[in-house]
Design a protein around this ligand. Sequence first.
Ligand SMILES: C[S@@+](CC[C@H](N)C(=O)[O-])C[C@H]1O[C@@H](n2cnc3c(N)ncnc32)[C@H](O)[C@@H]1O
Length: 242
Amino acid sequence: MSEMIVKPYNEQGSKKEQVEKMFDNISHKYDFLNHFLSLGMDILWRRKAVSYIRKIQPKIIIDIATGTGDFAIESAKLKPDKIIGIDISDGMLQIGKQKIQNKKLENLISMQKGDSENLPFPENYADAITVGFGVRNFENLNKGLSEIYRILKPGGIVAILEPAIPKQFPMKQLFNLYFKKILPTIGKWFSKDHSAYEYLPKSVEAFPNGNDFLNICKKNHFINTKWIPLTFGICSLYLLRK
Ligand SMILES: C[S@@+](CC[C@H](N)C(=O)[O-])C[C@H]1O[C@@H](n2cnc3c(N)ncnc32)[C@H](O)[C@@H]1O
């Protein structure tokens, strides 16, 4: 596992503040770029993740690093009693709240500002927790995971999605070309943020993937950990239990 801490803008200052600023900056283009740059596959990956949560029929779902709320909205299909989305970026939350209102889901999904490393919930609170493309952005991964563990009910499930770099030829070479050259250029052009879409491939490269990530989860007491590579390994779905 790499110890390198990749930050969006510069090496000085806190990663958390820079991540918050970056997502505030790109919030208006985030959904468009997310679906465009992943060729719509992000939607299928969240759907797949939610299908694993369905098995436990959760009543309370927390979507951490909810951003514009797509994971929370996908989880609404499970008809739980309550879904709460948490994020540090006001800009992302604003877009998310508008989407939830447009879909008339405001009685089911609430969105609030909060830090994944200091979650505003009691112990053993949630039946299921989702984190879509968020854990890589945490300033302190272990703190974030230990908070997720603390608020999860025993028997509860966590579904985490993260982009990954495939290992096999030719997907690895094709993906590297796309992810490191084409994607940052398109991202820069549309978002007008010159660092955000360079941070994306760098942060994915520096993040532990597969069994390395599962080992960190096990050290944080999660059990029955599972890694499911999706779409030739360009996305990883992790399932964890308490
Ligand atoms: C790539 S976006 C993912 C949004 C959404 N989950 C999705 O599936 O599209 C990552 C989100 O993580 C949020 N984030 C990063 N660090 C966080 C933290 N410490 N606490 C809460 N949210 C955080 C960012 O503000 C951003 O909205």
